[in-house]
Write a protein that binds this ligand. Structure first.
Ligand code: GAL
Length: 412
């Protein structure tokens, strides 16, 4: 009898030990207040399953620095379990043959039915699931401080581009910063997404920036896009250069500024500051882009790992796709769920609008991949676009030169 008890105790302790050993290492760039709050939901869910979370945060909005850090780790043959990644970057890693195959889990959990095609195009490589999508952000949003607008005599939501510029000029005249902006290439490009949509609509957006047709790029429409970027340049404060996106969001939250044009991760900062949509702040589509959505989905691409880590990796992928998590995470993050079968019950008015707009744009074919966030072109072209957009925003090249350089960048 005694031997049996000792054997049982040994087996139990090995099982516990094996369970305790389960851990995941995850690279991401979610270092702002709102982002960290959202990520803590996932960390908590995994820890409840006995999976330890080893954090690999790499600060720097838009993820450029994070991708560099992940590249170093993969090149040295020691990839993290998973990395936050977007769009064409996932395809590039898929091409390297370093991503794990999640197809069995996806089939068991019905991901093909619940995840929209627009996301699956990026989550799969050669027909295999290699990445778990956690959300759908969109970039063609304006965030506004309600009190600043009232004090500036802006009594209604601007519906056209010209009404938006007029409203912003009123805010500026009233002594506030009209447009809170962070002068970093990825932020200028994020603004550019919506200006392209507002100026040329989805057909021009697709032709010029997804098909990269030289005639569409080298056009009067693109020149008008840059003219509008110059209008916005006149609305930012003198200290915008180098400012982080969440600091710019803080300027609208605190009432220093009237507007911010930013993806809906900015909503996470308003929520984190306990602000309420409709009462403290407004969220609306960039005037002229109503009915359109420029999206980017944050995904966790899973790297090929040893047998000792794959059980924990599967638990991570499953936890990401779990409907309850998809609601709890996105309520805090400011994005819509990646799955279409998650109710909007827990979301606030801006979150409900994000989900509704996404479903409608998906149905009406007015859903396009964000240029700025890796869903329109591979990184080499995206970064070449960044360079032209930011040099134009900083007055180093004029509208016409910017058109010529952008057209050349598309051939990069
Ligand atoms: C985006 C990402 C968001 C947020 C933002 C600011 O690329 O999709 O989740 O992190 O960058 O860093």
């Amino acid at each position: 009898m005694k031997i049996h008890l000792i054997a049982l105790a040994t087996i139990a302790s090995c099982a516990l030990h094996a369970q305790a050993q389960q851990a995941v290492e995850v690279s991401h760039w979610w270092t702002s207040g709102g982002e960290a709050a959202a990520l803590s939901v996932l960390k908590g869910n995994l820890e409840k399953q006995g999976v330890k979370w080893n954090d690999m945060p790499v600060a720097g909005g838009g993820g450029e620095a994070a991708m560099t850090a992940v590249r170093a780790r993969v090149t040295s043959g020691n990839p993290p379990t998973a990395a936050q990644m977007m769009g064409f970057d996932i395809q590039d890693w898929g091409k390297q043959g370093v991503l794990a195959d999640l197809t069995e889990l996806a089939a068991k959990e019905g991901w093909d039915k619940s995840v929209p095609k627009a996301l699956q195009n990026f989550s799969k490589y050669n027909g295999k699931w290699v990445s778990a999508p956690v959300n759908v952000h969109s970039t063609n949003w304006v965030w506004a401080n309600k009190e600043v607008l009232t004090k500036s005599g802006v009594t209604s939501e601007p519906k056209t581009w010209d009404e938006f510029i007029t409203a912003a000029e009123k805010v500026q005249k009233a002594g506030f910063i009209a447009l809170a902006h962070g002068g970093q290439p990825w932020q200028e490009a994020t603004v550019f997404d919506g200006v392209v949509l507002a100026t040329g609509g989805v057909d021009y957006y697709r032709k010029a920036f997804i098909e990269r047709d030289p005639k569409a790029l080298n056009s009067a429409t693109t020149e008008k896009v840059f003219h509008r970027m110059s209008q916005l340049r006149k609305l930012v404060d003198k200290d915008f250069s180098g400012r982080d996106w969440n600091v710019a969001a803080g300027m609208v939250i605190s009432g220093k500024a009237g507007f911010q044009i930013m993806g809906d991760w900015a909503k996470g900062e308003f929520i984190n500051a306990k602000q309420v949509p409709g009462k403290d702040f407004l969220c609306f589509r960039i005037p002229g882009t109503q009915g359109m959505v420029s999206f980017n989905s944050d995904q966790f691409a899973m790297f090929k790992v040893g047998a000792d880590k794959s059980a924990a990796q599967i638990k991570l992928a499953s936890a990401i796709m779990e409907p309850g998590f998809q609601s709890a995470f996105n309520v805090v993050k400011g994005s819509a769920p990646a799955r279409t079968d998650v109710p909007d019950t827990a979301f606030d008015a801006c979150g409900k609008k994000a989900i509704k707009d996404l479903a409608e744009a998906n149905a009406k074919n007015t859903l396009v991949g964000s240029i700025a966030h890796g869903h329109a072109a591979p990184a080499s072209i995206k970064n070449a676009f960044y360079d032209v957009i930011t040099r134009h925003f900083n007055g180093q090249i004029d509208d016409k030169k910017a058109v010529v350089e952008l057209t050349a960048a598309a051939k990069n």
